[in-house]
Design a protein. Structure first.
Length: 316
């Protein structure tokens, strides 16, 4: 029967990195004779950390992502550093291997290692960040003498001030109607928040039932609803605003009804004109006939003597 006895001793060096040394002793029989064997295994520990977990940078500026690794071994040729973006379809943002640097798609000429990699500083700087650079990045390190890879995460937030919001009146601004006032900035990181103010026609501030959100609703509007409305779009980077004028008017009549009324009035005017013309013509004709009849009667009533005298030749 073989008897094996094992004893293990572990030694820890340092606080930020460690090396674990395991010593094993085994006793057993070989060819009937007791044997003792000693085994020594040393595991080199590697730690990777990102001291700043959240990096915020305004669009167009440079962003530095910090990452450091610690080990009790010396760095050598064959050490491997990789930065990846979790949400990216690309294989890697950048790689460092054997002193050579490779860049991922869209990162060439925009990214560089800014520290001494051999001393454990594998921080990078991304130049002129855009919204596409938003995301979570993984810093991974694998040493030649310590094969297991260690990683740490950091997040990059690209900040953009709100764009000038677009304001609209949705609905018909007539007495008794309901309208919506909308306000939206097409750009902004973090996402903007919206607040509303209102002023009367006399430019006096007044209270709104709702003062927050991309939309406010005004119900059963009247002349008192008329005035000025201001929407302010705000985030941690900046502020923009838009204003609109609401003019509430009486209910408008149907266009078809307007057209019908206008057509009816025009037709009536034409008919009246025709009738007036006909009446005038008839009166003129009746007058001429009456005048001729009166003249004929007057001729018949002249005395014969008077007629003869009138017809006799004048004495020379």
């Amino acid at each position: 029967m073989t008897h094996i006895k094992l004893s293990v001793k572990a030694t820890l060096w340092g606080t930020s990195h460690c090396s674990v040394r395991l010593t094993a002793t085994a006793s057993f029989l070989l060819n009937g004779r007791p044997q003792i064997g000693h085994f020594l295994v040393t595991a080199y520990a590697l730690t990777v950390e990102t001291p700043i977990k959240k990096v915020e940078v305004a669009r167009g500026n440079n962003a530095t992502l910090r990452c450091n690794f610690n080990t009790n071994t010396f760095t050598n040729i064959g050490d491997f550093v990789v930065w990846k973006k979790i949400t990216s379809a690309d294989d890697a943002v950048t790689r460092y291997f054997d002193g050579l640097v490779q860049y991922g798609k869209s990162y060439e000429n925009r990214i560089q290692f800014i520290g001494d990699v051999n001393s454990g500083d594998v921080s990078i700087t991304i130049r002129e960040v855009t919204m596409e650079d938003n995301g979570t990045y993984v810093c991974s390190v694998r040493l030649r003498d310590d094969p297991p890879r260690q990683s740490a995460l950091t997040s990059l937030f690209v900040l953009i001030a709100p764009s000038k919001p677009e304001c609209k009146i949705v609905g018909t601004a007539e007495y008794g109607q309901t309208i919506n006032l909308t306000c939206f900035s097409h750009e902004g990181s973090p996402k903007p928040t919206y607040t509303w103010q209102s002023f009367s026609v006399q430019n006096e501030p007044r209270v709104l039932q709702t003062t927050k959100g991309e939309q406010i609703t005004l119900k059963n509007i009247s002349a008192d609803t008329s005035g000025f409305y201001i929407c302010t779009s705000t985030n941690s980077v900046g502020t923009e605003f838009c204003n609109m004028t609401v003019s509430v008017v009486p209910p408008s009549m149907n266009i078809a009804l307007y057209a019908g009324i206008a057509g009816g009035v025009l037709a009536a005017v034409i008919v009246i004109g025709i009738l007036a013309y006909c009446c005038c013509c008839r009166e003129s004709k009746d007058y001429e006939e009456t005048a001729r009849e009166d003249e004929g009667e007057h001729t018949q009533n002249i005395p014969m003597d008077t007629q003869r005298a009138k017809d006799a030749p004048e004495d020379e």
